[in-house]
Design a protein. Structure first.
Length: 262
C-alpha cells in the first residue's frame, strides 16, 4: 500500500510507454518524440484535407508519457527533494523537447509534487514525517468508514474479482520495483473505493494516495521486505472483506495507514 522510502541507488526512470518491470532506456520511443525538425513537418501544412494533422495529438501523448515517467522517478527518489530541475535538462534526459516536460511539470506543480522556480525550473517538494502522518490520518478518516460500509453490502464475488489486482502488488513487491508497486497499489485502492459509487470520493482518495507515495527528505533506503509486507495486507484485506469480518477490516486499514512510515 504506502511507500516507505526511496530505494537505495538510482536507476534510469521508466521510459514513457514502457510497462513496469521492463528495463527502460530513459528515452521516448522514436515514433512519439517531439521537438525534432523531422517530427514537425506535419505542423507546416504538409498534410492533406483527408488526413487530419497529427502534431497536437502526438504532443499530448508524449506529455502523458512524460508525466508517467516523472511520477515514477518521484516515487523511486530519482528526483531528489529540494533539487531544482529544468525542463530542457529533463527533456534531454527523456529524448524530447522541453515543451511536454514543462507541461507535465506544471501538472505535478498543481498536485504539490514540485514547486515552480521562476527562470530556473521546478524544485521537488520537500516532505517530512509530519506531513506523511497527516496524510495517513486523513486517508484513514476517509477509507476506514467506506470500507466498513462496503464490507457489509458488497457480495463476496465482487471482492474476489479484485484478487488479480492484489496479486499484481505482490508481483511488483517481489522484485522490489517501487514505481510499479506504487501504481499497482493505487489501482487496487481505487478499485476498492470505486465500489462505493462516489466519483468525488475516489478522486480525492486517489490524490491523497499519490501524495503519500512520494519519498521523504533523507528517508531510509527502501526495502523489498517493506513492499512485500504491504502487499500481503492487500490479500488479507480481501479475505476479511469476503468474510465480512468488520473487526479485521478496520484493524487492517487503520494499522496500515498509521503504521506506514513513508
Amino acid at each position: 500500500m504506502e511507500q516507505r522510502s526511496a530505494r537505495e541507488g538510482v536507476r534510469p526512470p521508466y521510459a514513457p510507454g514502457v510497462s513496469a518491470g521492463t528495463p527502460a532506456t530513459g528515452r521516448v520511443p522514436e515514433q512519439t518524440r517531439v521537438g525534432r525538425p523531422q517530427d514537425m513537418d506535419g505542423a507546416r501544412g504538409e498534410h492533406t484535407h483527408s488526413e487530419p494533422p497529427a502534431p497536437r495529438v502526438i504532443r499530448h501523448s508524449v506529455r502523458g508519457q512524460i508525466l508517467q515517467a516523472l511520477r515514477a522517478a518521484l516515487v523511486d527518489g530519482e528526483l531528489t527533494p529540494g533539487q531544482v530541475y529544468s525542463a530542457p535538462a529533463l527533456g534531454a534526459r527523456f529524448g524530447v523537447s522541453a515543451t511536454p516536460v514543462r507541461e507535465a511539470m506544471q501538472q505535478l506543480a498543481t498536485e504539490g509534487a514540485v514547486e515552480v522556480v521562476p527562470n530556473r525550473g521546478f524544485r521537488v517538494s520537500e516532505r517530512g514525517p509530519r506531513e506523511l502522518a497527516e496524510l495517513a490520518e486523513v486517508r484513514a478518516l476517509i477509507e476506514v468508514p467506506v470500507m466498513l460500509r462496503l464490507a457489509r453490502t458488497v457480495p463476496a464475488d465482487r471482492w474476489s474479482a479484485l484478487r488479480p489486482l492484489a496479486d499484481a502488488t505482490v508481483t511488483a513487491a517481489a522484485v522490489g520495483d517501487r514505481a510499479s508497486y506504487a501504481e499497482c497499489d493505487r489501482i487496487f485502492h481505487r478499485a476498492v473505493l470505486t465500489l462505493a459509487g462516489n466519483e468525488q470520493l475516489v478522486a480525492i482518495a486517489d490524490e491523497l494516495h499519490r501524495r503519500a507515495q512520494w519519498p521523504l527528505v533523507a528517508g531510509p533506503a527502501g526495502r523489498r521486505a517493506d513492499l512485500l509486507a504491504d502487499a500481503a495486507e492487500h490479500t488479507a484485506l480481501l479475505d476479511a472483506l469476503i468474510a465480512q469480518d468488520l473487526a479485521v477490516v478496520q484493524a487492517l486499514v487503520r494499522e496500515h495507514f498509521t503504521g506506514a512510515d513513508g
